[in-house]
Design a binder for this molecule. Structure first.
Ligand code: CTP
Length: 376
């Protein structure tokens, strides 16, 4: 339909960017980007009218988006971007498809598929994106790519981690140079934080963090963090804990990326400042404070706890992310595991407490629970 509408208006429409990459990789897509050689807003408007939905135009950039059937469709007018200085927001001018693709980050993200009826389905691949997808390579389109937009340093590692790809030899060199030239610090902080939030949402966040470590990028984003063998061991241990939790408690959904971040920040002096910068959700900030204040003492008490009821009393008010982090400590892991797998779900027979109510009832139930768990 988009292609037909574009054709009627005398424009050309293309699917572009991540959606083309993901279709070729046979992944699900929910956000669909189109570029229009012509006027994107007019296409979005007409499509929205046909479906009886709203469209949201941004006149300044000649872009618009609409939502249909759970899909988000973005329409942009093909454009060229130039960067007045490294990391700056780009200056935008209108241009053809090729220039629009040339302004993009990596070859695998710079392919397009024509959707006009006369060329429907034709892949447009000026820079060898399809070959790089097959060879599992992340490759920039030109040597200044990381200089123009240093956020791409992190993006390159996010895509490499997510897809299990490598950086091409030349891209790797450019990335290493860009990191050692301190370009990451030149990127606007908001964009950097946004990129990090995206990384934290990735399923393969552990692999991404490994790449961050390999190329020394995190030190530039998270001031004060230092990689140490202990930290690496902890992250590895967290990966195992999370794999276990995913399987054992599939219904307890949490954003594991934030839990990794909490481990990274545990020893940092400026952890809270960073969490504010990255607009971490309240639960992350609260857990961070809780860890800073109570983890050492709690670990000590857990070490000496003998009975199940003691473990229960120590852990019962702790949020799940805190518990997962505790499990990265080898010597108390087993106790926390028993708590999560057994103790927290011990049930009592309420029949026994007929006649009791309020506080008394609560207390009696807790006492009975603890009796039962100590007998386990
Ligand atoms: N892009 C770019 N440089 C950036 C950010 C984005 O060139 N710093 C281009 C890429 O072509 C990318 C497209 O804009 O494919 C859309 O960006 P985004 O939605 O961030 O990326 P996706 O590729 O769709 O990635 P994801 O799967 O994470 O949504």
């Amino acid at each position: 339909q988009v292609g037909t509408i574009a054709q009627e208006l005398g424009f050309r429409a293309y699917l572009v960017g991540g959606v083309v990459r993901d279709i070729l990789l046979k992944k699900e897509v929910w956000d669909i980007d189109f570029v229009i050689e012509g006027d994107a807003i007019k296409v979005a408007q007409r499509l929205a009218e046909k479906h009886g939905v709203d469209y949201h135009p941004f006149e300044e950039f000649r872009t618009a988006h609409i939502k249909v059937n759970g899909l988000k469709l973005e329409f942009a007018t093909t454009r060229r971007e130039t960067y007045p200085h490294p990391g700056a927001y780009p200056l935008v001018e209108y241009a053809g498809l090729k220039e629009d693709l040339l302004r993009r980050d990596f070859t695998i993200n710079a392919m397009a598929v024509c959707v006009n009826p006369d060329c429907f389905g034709t892949l447009i691949d000026y820079f060898g994106g399809l070959r790089d997808l097959k060879d599992k390579l992340i490759r920039v389109l030109h040597p200044l790519s990381f200089v123009e937009d240093p956020v791409r340093i992190l993006r390159a590692l996010r895509f490499a981690g997510r897809l299990g790809f490598k950086l091409s030899k030349s891209t790797e060199k450019l990335l290493i140079n860009a990191v050692s030239a301190g370009l990451i610090a030149k990127a606007p902080k908001g964009r950097l934080m946004n990129e990090l939030r995206l990384a934290l949402r990735e399923e393969r966040i552990f692999e991404i963090l490994e790449l961050y470590k390999k190329y020394g990028v995190l030190e530039h984003v998270l001031v004060g963090i230092r990689w140490s063998p202990q930290l690496e061991k902890k992250l590895l241990s967290l990966r195992d804990v999370i794999a276990w939790h995913r399987i054992e408690f599939p219904k307890e959904k949490i954003d594991y990326g934030w839990v990794y971040l909490l481990v990274l920040l545990e020893e940092s002096e400026k952890g809270m400042d960073f969490l504010v910068d990255i607009s971490a959700p309240a639960w992350v900030r609260e857990t961070y404070e809780d860890i800073k204040k109570n983890k050492k003492e709690l670990t000590k008490k857990l070490l000496s706890a003998q009975k199940n009821s003691e473990i229960y009393l120590l852990l019962k008010n702790k949020p799940l992310p805190f518990l997962l982090i505790l499990m990265t400590e080898e010597d108390i892991k087993e106790k926390v595991r028993v708590y999560l797998e057994k103790l927290r779900s011990v049930k009592v027979d309420l029949e026994k407490f007929k006649g009791l109510s309020g506080r008394q009832l609560g207390k009696a139930i807790e006492e009975e629970k603890m009796k039962l768990m100590d007998a386990l």
